[in-house]
Write a protein that binds this ligand. Structure first.
Ligand code: BTN
Length: 270
């Protein structure tokens, strides 16, 4: 794509899609509060497995741990997929890692850049964040009613506010502008593939090795920030449940569960 603005529309997205079920229904907005909030609402009414919600701009984009996801128009991908998986609630957090794997593969294929996963689900380029994910689960009694995975990608962003010094975009790293509809289509194509791999075993065993090979924190020193606890250790990769295995300074191995935890490098974001 050359210098012009990338115009996104329902028709552009639908004609780019090459999937069997992911994106079987597409809701597109030029502006919405949050695609996750909308997809969650659909999940409580008529929305089916695979429904995709995309917006050109979000007015209340949600990040993990109560943060805001900056979502200006014309430059980013803000999408949420609604899933109705036949899995137990304790398996749901693995779906975010399935999406992370899909996102990192997509970014590598479309830009040729050495994108990596920062556990559990950020995608980084040259030590800066280019993509984040937020998974929200709705329960009915003790069963999953729906899972919504929201993905935000900084695509054609040319500059960031000063406070987002750890952020970058595909454009800033590659010098190329991308069609967002193509990116969405490839994300969903990859997601279908890895989702199938996940559902065969009900865990990440079929993709654990590949995930670890793309993990920026693999074989690296990390700081684990839990809501009430903080410690340092050496991360050795994920297990088949998607937990990060960390060897603490006293030699004890711990399994870190994604939830409300954040993992950082010892000198900064990565
Ligand atoms: C994070 O890294 O903190 C998660 C960011 C998730 C942002 C995406 S953008 C599309 C979807 N809708 C939202 O409100 N949030 C997610």
């Amino acid at each position: 794509m050359s210098g012009e603005t990338d115009v996104l529309s329902k028709a552009e997205i639908e004609s780019a899609l090459a999937t069997a079920w992911a994106g079987n229904e597409v809701y597109y907005f030029s502006e919405i509060d949050s695609t996750n909030t909308y997809a969650k609402r659909l999940g409580e009414s008529q929305g089916g497995h695979g429904t995709l919600v995309v917006s050109d701009r979000q007015t209340s984009g949600k990040g993990r741990r109560g943060r805001v996801w900056e979502s200006p128009s014309g430059t980013g991908v803000y999408m949420s997929i609604l899933l109705k998986p036949q899995i137990r609630p304790d398996q749901a957090s693995m779906l975010t890692l399935v999406m992370a794997q899909s996102a990192v593969r997509t970014i590598r294929e479309m830009t040729g850049l050495d994108a990596k996963i920062k556990w559990p689900n950020d995608i980084v380029l040259n030590g800066k964040k280019v993509c984040g994910m937020l998974t929200e689960m709705t329960m009915e009694m003790d069963q999953i009613q729906s899972v919504v995975i929201g993905v935000g990608i900084n695509v054609n962003t040319t500059h960031f506010p000063e406070q987002l010094c750890d952020a970058t975009s595909l454009y800033l790293e590659s010098g190329k502008k991308l069609r967002r509809a193509d990116l969405i289509s490839e994300m969903l194509r990859q997601f279908e593939y890895y989702y199938d791999t996940f559902t065969k075993e009900g865990n990440l065993s079929g993709m654990q090795e590949e995930y670890n090979s793309l993990l920026v924190n693999c074989d690296a020193e990390v700081r684990v920030l839990e809501p009430l606890n903080e410690y340092q250790g050496h991360a050795v990769g994920i297990n088949e449940m998607g937990e990060l295995i960390v060897r603490k300074e006293d030699g004890e191995f711990v399994r870190v569960y994604a939830g409300e935890v954040s993992v950082r490098g010892i000198y900064g974001y990565v």
